[in-house]
Design a protein around this ligand. Structure first.
Ligand SMILES: Nc1ncnc2c1ncn2[C@@H]1O[C@H](COP(=O)(O)OS(=O)(=O)O)[C@@H](OP(=O)(O)O)[C@H]1O
Length: 299
């Protein structure tokens, strides 16, 4: 269905199947990411928005610091994104080229924008997936905070936009399917937000061993301790509380909002849920994974 101008989201810039944000991303610069040289020590955290990016940033920073939270908090940074930046944000690609190893980066981009060397098992990729129903809800609330994104009229309006993929990024289904289809070409750890919630200690151990880190039990316990939702909320850099008001309208809510599984139940109508399930079943029919949130399971 063709959208008329009034229905289109004015902040979005469609680019090669991916909606960028005007003023935040430069399409030509984003295209140059493909040409970056990759080192074996590079790590890219790949997420669809609202799937646990800041959480994975916190875990990686703590693993690098061997659990010493003071080593990452004394730094004069606004957020975890200053230490593990988005590769696609204006200015960040150039800085990546000369940055010392290990270069840790996050991205919401689709697979086709990233350097092909990743698909020749150079560098490492951590893909974090989350129940798309909870992603939708988290994304809705984030749009009220983030000044670079259009404020949604209401939840129903945002629901429609998400289902059409008319949001920053692309369709959730396309994102996960494309990345997952390249899993075996890459050094990729595929992990879900839900498994991190259910057993953070095991998730941290898995991430640590994927990255080849050697931490003592005590150090690992400290990583876990300082990456729980409640503890991250107390750390301004790990909760976006220090990000200036012109970027995030803090009076409209918190970036670290609820941090739970299944909040979609408090937002979706029965009709929306049924429609979502139909789309999910159709889109994910041939996907070789089942999720804890698959139809017929709780959450
Ligand atoms: N430690 C921890 N435990 C549980 N949940 C956590 C944690 N850290 C971040 N979060 C939740 O992740 C959601 C934000 O996702 P992202 O960081 O991917 O957002 S963004 O795409 O970078 O804007 C957002 O989800 P919602 O609370 O559902 O909105 C955050 O609260």
């Amino acid at each position: 269905m063709e959208l008329n101008d009034a229905e289109k989201n004015p902040t979005l810039v469609p680019h090669r199947g991916f909606n960028l944000i005007s003023g935040t991303h430069d399409p030509d610069d984003v295209d140059q990411i493909y040409n970056l040289e990759i080192r074996d020590s590079d790590v890219f955290v790949v997420t669809y928005p609202k799937s646990g990016t800041i959480w994975m940033q916190q875990i990686l920073l703590l693993l690098e610091a061997k659990g010493d939270v003071s080593a990452i908090n004394h730094l004069n940074n606004h957020s975890n994104g200053d230490l593990i930046p988005w590769i696609e944000l204006n200015g960040n690609r150039q800085a990546f080229i000369t940055a010392p190893s290990p270069r840790l980066r996050v991205t919401h981009l689709q697979h086709q924008f990233l350097p092909p060397a990743l698909s020749q098992k150079k560098g490492k990729v951590i893909y974090v997936a989350r129940n798309p129903k909870d992603v939708l809800v988290s994304y809705f609330h984030f749009h009220k905070l983030a000044n670079m994104l259009e404020t949604p009229k209401d939840f129903d309006d945002f629901f429609e936009k998400f289902m059409r993929g008319d949001v920053f990024g692309c369709s959730w289904f396309e994102h996960i399917k494309t990345w997952y289809s390249h899993k075996d070409d890459m050094n990729m750890l595929f992990i879900t937000y839900e498994e991190m919630i259910q057993d953070l200690h095991s998730a941290v151990e898995k991430i640590s061993s994927f990255l080849g880190k050697e931490l003592t039990d005590e150090q690992l316990a400290s990583v876990v301790k300082h990456s729980t939702f409640n503890n991250m909320r107390k750390i301004p850099q790990a909760s976006y509380e220090k990000v200036p008001d012109d970027l995030l309208s803090h009076q409209n809510g918190r970036f670290m909002r609820k941090g739970i599984i299944g909040d979609w139940r408090n937002h979706f109508t029965q009709a929306q849920n049924e429609r979502f399930d139909q789309v999910f079943l159709r889109e994910m029919e041939d996907f070789p994974l089942t999720f804890t949130w698959d139809m017929g399971h709780t959450d």
